[in-house]
Design a protein around this ligand. Structure first.
Ligand code: ADP
Ligand code: MG
Length: 709
């Protein structure tokens, strides 16, 4: 920073040393082109309505104190008078006003204090109003050699109004121009090189920063061309409105482009988010100021614009410094570049304010500054590629490391997961086994319970016929003993007397009756044995319970044997009625189906026992069939079920019976077996009336399965 300040001071010293005219005498031409402002008498015309004649006659001219008078920004027109002495041997003098931003410019040559118009032109006039075609204002004054004439100028502008006037010998004029043209050419050349270079980079790497930079460079150039008049002269001369507004429009477009560029270039969004957001406020301000300048009050707008530009430049500069101090190398480039530009602007402004003299150096500090800025930023952009590459490499390395770390983590997690899955699977398998075992146990215990219940009835049932048999054994033995005794007596009797004695004895003892009784006893024993055998057969039939094979079984037979097993315990308590119709055999596991019948019939009989109202207790089993199905209906006149019980009867462990009487598993098992047989079970029940269970089984299981598939 200090070095830049030094450069600035050095420049100021150089500028101060440029010589200037001091006397108020007529301006001689021969000594070469110098700014002749100090020879001016200036009259302000606030109404800007004076005619040249009035202007000559009006008093109140004041002497100018500057080589290049700076008339500020106002609504007034100004009249400038000075005398020219043509001390050359040429017959004309070139009047050169090197400030393109004079919007109205009239030139008069005084002849005996009468103003003779030479030209009426200005930035706000068509190009063909210029007597000599130049980007700036150049006029040929017909002042003969050795003649001395007064010159009257009328100038007016809504912008900063300066009047840098030089006089030239016609023969030397173009020579004096060449230096300036060279400078402008070099400037445009440098800017174009950077423009195309960065445009090329933009198309190669598609980083928006480069595009904005290109726009920025272009706008900077256009701004300069507007200031110099080249813009109007070569580019947009057709529109007077645009011609007078162009310099400010481009200045602000440049301001916006440069702040947009800065945003990206030094990444303000990340480094200074709050300042970044406030930049938008400047855009609004610029919009307002521009509206005022373009459409409402141009001089006021222009002054506000100068203020706004100064504020924005400072803001950008401060922002860049803050970002730079946060360690951004890019910001360093930006500060350097911005310093160059600001220095240029500062010198330019100091010149405008009259603190620094108006000369080639001060006039060109702005383009020089902007060119340096452009070059530096271009370097910065080039460097940015390096930075980006380094950043990319770093982030690639980082993401590689991250990916590896992730991979490691995932691998670990996978292993952990697999281990857990194994563990869980083992646990699940174990609990599944336990569950299966429990289920088997439960089914077993339900079986045991029903068998236990049966045993009581069966024992009682067998007891009867067995009693029958045993109670007949003593009489049998006694009667048989008597008969055997009698036979033995006959065998021993050898004489007819002895035989007669035996017969006597036989008759007395009533052996014949005993023999006759034997028939009855044997019949009784036989009946008892038969009944026992029947019961046993029934049990055996029923105990097909444990058969595992799929068979074609007669359901009626199954029902009959189930009844045989069940009947004894309900004999005399409830009536069990079979009303069976012949039907085709059903493919099933007969043992399991019998278990179904027994569970349902048992529940039905129990339900009838539970009622105490003296209505007949009956369980009726009916069978029927159709083409595909066998239907077994078991209805009872029992207590029936309310809806809430009915809804839950197939749930395992659901029972309404006291502990020890009901397991709540019967119907759950029934449901399992019926579904296994692809059958259905339906329940109708009315509390206080009774229930009906309807079991429907397909005749052919396989076919049924096929049809479904
Ligand atoms: P359990 O007979 O051991 O109670 P079940 O699963 O065989 O278990 O029956 C469940 C419940 O269903 C019984 O407790 C009873 O409340 C009800 N239930 C079953 N059949 C009948 C029926 N025919 N009449 C009335 N209630 C019945
Ligand atoms: Mg039961």
């Amino acid at each position: 920073m200090k070095t830049h300040l030094g450069t600035l001071l050095l420049a100021a010293a150089m500028i101060a040393s440029v010589p200037s005219l001091t006397s108020a005498q007529p301006v001689p031409v021969a000594q070469g082109p110098v700014h002749i402002g100090k020879r001016f008498s200036i009259l302000e015309d606030p109404s800007s309505a004076l005619s040249p004649i009035d202007a000559i006659r009006t008093p109140g001219y004041r002497a100018s104190e500057m080589d290049v008078p700076n008339l500020g920004v106002s609504n007034s027109a100004y009249w400038i008078r000075f005398d020219v002495k043509n001390d050359t041997d040429e017959d004309a003098v070139i009047l050169d006003i090197q400030h393109a931003e004079i919007e109205e410019l009239d030139v008069y040559l005084l002849k005996d204090d009468v103003p003779v118009p030479i030209a009426s032109t200005g930035q706000n006039a068509p190009l063909d109003s210029r007597t000599i075609a130049q980007p700036e204002f150049v006029f040929s004054l017909p002042i003969a050699s050795a003649e001395e004439r007064g010159v009257l100028l009328r100038v007016k502008s809504d912008k900063q109004l300066q009047v840098p006037v030089q006089l030239h010998m016609p023969s030397r004029f173009s020579e004096s121009r060449s230096m300036k043209n060279l400078t402008i050419g070099a400037y445009i050349g440098i800017m174009l090189v950077m423009l195309f270079y960065n445009l090329f980079v933009y198309f190669s790497i598609r980083d928006r920063s480069y595009f904005i930079y290109v726009a920025y460079i272009l706008l900077v150039c256009l701004t300069q061309l507007a200031f110099w008049g080249h813009g109007q002269y070569y580019l947009w001369g057709g529109s007077q409105w645009f011609s007078i507004k162009a310099s400010l429009i481009f200045t602000f477009a440049t301001a916006i482009a440069s702040s947009e560029f800065m945003k990206r270039f030094i990444n303000t969004r990340e480094h200074v988010p709050i300042m970044h957001r406030w930049l938008s406020a400047f855009y609004v301000l610029i919009g307002v100021v521009m509206t005022i300048y373009l459409f409402i009050a141009p001089p006021l707008g222009y002054k506000l614009a100068q203020l706004t530009a100064g504020l924005l430049a400072t803001y950008l500069f401060v922002t860049a410094i803050i970002v730079w101090r946060k360690g951004s190398r890019q910001a360093g480039y930006f500060i350097l570049a911005w310093t160059a530009f600001l220095t240029g602007t500062m010198v330019f402004t100091l010149k405008d304010m009259g603190i620094l003299p108006y000369n080639d150096l001060t006039v060109f500090t702005m383009p020089i500054g902007s060119a340096i800025e452009g070059v530096l930023l271009s370097f910065g952009l080039a460097d940015r590629i390096n930075i980006l590459r380094r950043e990319k490499e770093r982030s690639q390395a980082e993401s590689l490391a991250m990916a590896q770390e992730n991979e490691r983590l995932i691998r670990e997690q996978n292993m952990e997961l697999e281990r857990k899955v194994h563990e869980r699977t083992a646990e699940l398998r174990e609990s599944n086994e336990t569950l299966k075992r429990t289920q088997v146990q439960l089914v077993q215990s339900e079986k045991m319970a029903s068998i236990g219940q049966l045993t009581a009835g069966i024992a009682h049932e067998i007891n009867n016929p067995v009693n029958f048999i045993t109670s007949n054994i003593a009489p049998l033995r006694r009667n048989l003993g008597e008969v055997v005794e009698t036979i033995n007596a006959y065998r021993k009797a050898e004489s007819p007397d002895a035989v007669a004695k035996v017969r006597e004895e036989e008759e007395r003892a009533g052996i014949q009756e005993s023999i006759e009784e034997l028939d009855g006893i044997i019949a009784s024993v036989s009946e008892g044995a038969q009944r026992t055998a029947e019961i046993v057969r029934g049990l055996r039939n029923f105990s097909r319970l444990d058969e595992d094979d799929l068979k074609h079984a007669d359901l009626n037979e199954g029902l009959a044997s189930t009844l045989a097993v069940l009947a004894p315990q309900y004999r005399g308590k409830t009536e069990l009625v079979l009303d069976l119709q012949e039907m085709p055999k059903v493919e099933c596991f007969p043992g399991k189906i019998n278990q179904v019948f027994m569970n349902v019939m048992n529940n039905a009989a129990q339900a009838t026992l539970a009622r105490m109202d003296g209505r007949p207790r009956r369980v009726t089993v009916t069978t029927s069939s159709n083409e595909h199905e066998a239907i077994v209906r078991i209805s009872d006149t029992g207590v029936g079920m309310p809806e809430e019980v009915k809804a839950r009867i197939f749930e395992p462990f659901f029972t309404t019976k006291p502990v020890g009487e009901g397991t709540g598993l019967g119907l759950a098992i029934v449901y399992g077996i019926i579904t296994e047989h692809d059958g259905r079970i339906q329940v109708e029940s009315e509390p206080g009336i009774g229930s009906t269970f309807t079991i429907t089984l397909p005749l052919q299981r396989a076919r049924q399965l096929e049809q479904r598939a």
